[in-house]
Design a binder for this molecule. Sequence first.
Ligand code: ADP
Ligand code: MG
Length: 697
Amino acid sequence: MLTLTSPIEEFPKIQKPLIAALKKLKIFSARDLLLYFPYRYLDFSKVVEVKNIRAEKNISLKVTIKSISSRFSFRSRMSLAEAVVSDETGSLKVIWFNQPYLAKSLQKGDEIFLAGMPEYYNAGLQLTNPIYEKVSSFPVHTARLVPMYHLTQKIYPKTFRNLVAAILALKDDIIDALPENVLRDQNLLKLKTTIQYSHFPESLEQVEMAKKRLAFEEIFYNQLAAQSYKLKLAQKQAFPINFRQELIKNFVQSLPFKLTPDQKKAAWEILQDLEKPAPMNRLLEGDVGSGKTLVALIAALQTMQLGLQVVFLAPTEILAKQHFETARKYLKDPHPSRRPTGHLPPEGEGKTRVCLLTNNYSTIDDQPVPKPKLQNLISDGMPGLFIGTHALLQKKVKFKNLALVIIDEQHRFGVLQRAALITNQKKVPHLLSLSATPIPRSLQLAVYGELDISQIKTKPLGRKSIATKLVENKNRPLAYEFIKKQVLSGRQIFVITPLIEESDKLGVKSVKTESENLKKIFPGFNIGLLHGRLKPMEKEKTMAGFLSNQTNILVSTSVVEVGVDVPNASVMLIEGAERFGLAQLHQFRGRVGRAEHQSYCFAFTDKEDGETKKRLDGFSKTEDGFRLSEIDLKLRGFGEVYGQEQSGWNSKYFDENYTQLIPAAREEALRILQDDIKLAKYPLLKEKIKDKVIHFE
Ligand code: ADP
Ligand code: MG
């Protein structure tokens, strides 16, 4: 007797190769098989009479085999099975290629279902390679909506469907993790019905109902994890950071520009969070160039005044270095006299330490120090702002008084990496994430369910819009002519290419060949080369050359994507633009137009298909990151845009059509947690979210 937990090895007559292939799909048991759902259906539900057959339409037939024979065709070097089938209304010719065993399983007189698409052949209608099965009251491959699964080449669709059909009855024993009242309130199918309707639906409505239940379930677990984290965090202790008006006021007044209203509002929201005894968990969202770094520095400044430690994490060394320099510049006068008495830090008295820690740097202010020494100082609790990359996340770095963690481009860091920093102290640090990746409003709760959000919507005054043009290959010379003029008037140029080395097959431009190419086109100009495989020192040199305007044109891969600030650059030229997502293109474009110079973005593509054009057209017509994120979502779909990496959530069934389920799922999740935060009464739910939640020590 098979049960839900029976391993697939115990299935009757199952062969070793099939077992291995199923395991590749992570199907180990009967339950796994039942929960492996189809991704689409072929509609063979119409069973027609032979006389009513029309060409080019999917149909099923219920017929008797009048004759069947097979032979080997030497001309086409294939086996060929030919049959004539008929019902009361007429007969039809059927041909199967390359199915030598078929004539053995089908015989004259058999009653069968056939499913396929009739075509004209030599003036008559014919069925080629139809799916067949013996007539029964529960057809699986024909005469129905036929499920299609993502399978490997080693598994025939028919074999798979037969396996599912053979154990379908076990669905009745499956325990639903979704609580009954949730199902009732949200009008959702039970899991066993979902299994039935998903694999072998009787109508498209049933398919829809099953999909909705699966999408809801996914969003529900996502919300449950997010809310559970949020509630647990609210019970933790953080360092309360008192708002010090004088300090912030002086800092803001010392800046060479005025904060924008959105920057002020965001800073205010953050400073209020910091005052609370429970940890902040806030996302600061704002387009490239909107001035997030400064807002983050305000939070850092306030925190450091108490002699506490602040971490500022960047995804790349280039960016960490840049933040370091920004911080050094703006925090150089930390107003020491206004420190609260009794909070004076033992070391670094009267001075705000800004340290850089990456694979290649270890400094206190601008003094290099051996890494172990810096690590020791950190674990002794030296106050300061520690800016760096993943190197700050290493086990050897043990913060003692870490009160605030700022994460730039937070989606570049995994949930676990974030967790590593915030969970290893008694007091949990406040967390401020920065992101320039706009998320459509309808999805914010899903992607950032556990975060509070501050937004910077407007850029600093005086920024000009960036003229964006899609450039066809034939207009390349015009673009180069334009670039020449820009460089001669003192500006600098970014050129982005998709690859490091040329890949002939794809015909995609690479940094290396492109920089050679540009050297020929612009013999008098200095051309720099930047990519992720350069040694850090070389990268450094290249960036320094570009920053000081020694280099006129910087050819780079997408490593410049995040945050790099070169105000003198006025043209962003992107090769193979179709290879990048809209959000990423928007990021590239944000590298220029960071000062008063009118700036330009040229997107080169030789792809002409409609989809690509539509996407890139959207990019050239709008500079609104939110708008672009909506277009990206529509064209590429939720999973593609906000997959695992962004949301920590591998969405299989949820997609943009189900956004209206998000608030409901959130409410249901909250209702359960408010009453039972440990999920003690819901062991199945607890199990479902155990990999999604960050655990505190
Ligand atoms: P992002 O949001 O992309 O991280 P940055 O913080 O790097 O943006 O800011 C982009 C540039 O704008 C920096 O050179 C910064 O000094 C400058 N900046 C920030 N805030 C303002 C402001 N209120 N007015 C003028 N310039 C500003
Ligand atoms: Mg930035």
